[in-house]
Design a protein around this ligand. Structure first.
Ligand SMILES: Nc1ncnc2c1ncn2[C@@H]1O[C@H](COP(=O)(O)OP(=O)(O)OP(=O)(O)O)[C@@H](O)[C@H]1O
Ligand SMILES: [Mg+2]
Length: 261
C-alpha cells in the first residue's frame, strides 16, 4: 500500500470517528454514519459519505469551475485522464459524478468506466456488473442493458465490461462515436474515466471524441516532463484540456472551520 493510499485511508477512518462525535448534534450526519457502516461503497468516495467535508468542498469547486466558470456553454461530455497510472483518475471521476448529480438542478449524469484494460469502478462502487462498454462496442449487448442505476440521485453508471483483446481499436470505432452521440442526448452530463495517456493510446482516442478532458496530476509524484508529454499527445489529437486536478494535496485548515461555515 502506497503512502498516499495509507494517508487517505487514515483520513477516512478519522473522518468516521469525527462523524460519530458530531452525530449527536446533526441528524444529517447520523444518516451518513449509518450508510458508512454497512455500505459496500469504498470509503474514498467521500462526496457520497461526507458531503460537507473539506475534500467534498474541493470536488464542489471543481464542479463549479467546470459547469459555470465564464462559459456560455459548459462541456457535456468530459473525459478524465492523467499522464501515468494511479494518479487518482477513477476516484476523481466518482467523486465528481456524485457531486454533480447532487447539484441544485439535479442533472442526469452518466459515468462511464472506459478503462477497458483494468476498469476498477465496479470495485470502488461495490457492485457486480460484468457487462458494460466492452460488450456494447463489440455488439454483444445493448446500451440500455448496461446502464446501471446506482442509488444516488440521478446517477447512472456503465461498467467497463470484460477485457477485450483490442481495447484501442474498439474505442476508436464508429460504435464508440455512436454511443457517445446517443448518451449525449440522453443525459445532461457524461463523465468518461480512461486509462493513463503515456502507456496506452486509449485516452488520446477518447479525448478526441469528447468535448473536453480533465487532466489529473498527482502532486509530488508526476514529473513535469510526463505532464508535458501527455499534454502534447492529447493536443495532437485535438483534445481540449479543460482543466487540471491536483491530487494528493494536504490541507492545513482544521475540519471544524469548514463544518461551521
Ligand atoms: N485526491 C486524492 N488525494 C490523495 N490520494 C488520492 C486522491 N485520489 C485518489 N487517490 C489515491 O490514489 C490511488 C489511485 O486512485 P485511482 O484508482 O483513482 O487512480 P487511477 O489514476 O484511476 O489509477 P489507474 O491508472 O490504475 O486507473 C488510490 O489509492 C487512491 O486512494
Ligand atoms: Mg483508474
Amino acid at each position: 500500500m502506497g503512502k498516499i493510499t495509507r494517508a487517505l485511508m487514515k483520513a477516512a477512518e478519522e473522518r468516521f470517528e469525527h462523524l460519530e462525535k458530531v452525530s449527536k448534534i446533526k441528524e444529517h450526519d447520523q444518516f451518513v454514519i449509518r450508510k458508512m457502516k454497512d455500505s459496500v461503497i469504498d470509503a474514498r468516495i467521500i462526496a457520497y459519505f461526507d458531503p460537507k467535508s473539506i475534500i467534498s468542498e474541493q470536488y464542489k469547486s471543481l464542479m463549479t469551475n467546470l459547469l459555470s466558470g465564464n462559459k456560455s456553454r459548459p462541456e457535456k461530455v468530459i473525459s478524465i485522464t492523467s499522464s501515468i497510472h494511479a494518479e487518482g483518475k477513477t476516484i476523481t471521476a466518482l467523486n465528481l459524478a456524485i457531486t454533480m448529480s447532487r447539484a441544485i438542478h439535479k442533472p442526469k449524469i452518466l459515468l462511464i468506466d472506459a478503462d477497458l484494460r483494468k476498469g476498477k469502478m465496479t470495485r470502488y462502487l461495490g457492485i457486480k456488473q460484468e457487462t458494460g462498454l466492452s460488450e456494447v462496442l463489440r455488439g454483444t449487448a445493448n446500451l440500455k442493458d448496461v446502464l446501471f442505476n446506482i442509488d444516488i440521485e440521478q446517477l447512472t453508471f456503465m461498467a467497463s465490461g470484460a477485457v477485450p483483446p483490442n481495447p484501442a481499436e474498439l474505442l476508436a470505432s464508429d460504435a464508440m462515436k455512436n454511443l457517445i452521440s446517443e448518451v449525449r442526448s440522453m443525459f445532461d452530463y457524461v463523465l468518461i474515466d480512461t486509462p493513463p495517456v503515456i502507456p496506452v493510446t486509449d485516452a488520446v482516442i477518447l479525448g478526441g471524441m469528447t468535448e473536453g478532458t480533465l487532466m489529473v496530476v498527482q502532486a509530488g509524484r508526476t514529473q513535469r516532463g510526463m505532464v508535458d508529454r501527455a499534454t502534447e499527445l492529447l493536443n495532437q489529437a485535438q483534445t481540449k484540456i479543460i482543466g487540471h486536478v491536483l491530487t494528493g494535496i494536504e490541507y492545513f485548515v482544521p475540519e471544524y472551520i469548514y463544518r461551521y461555515l
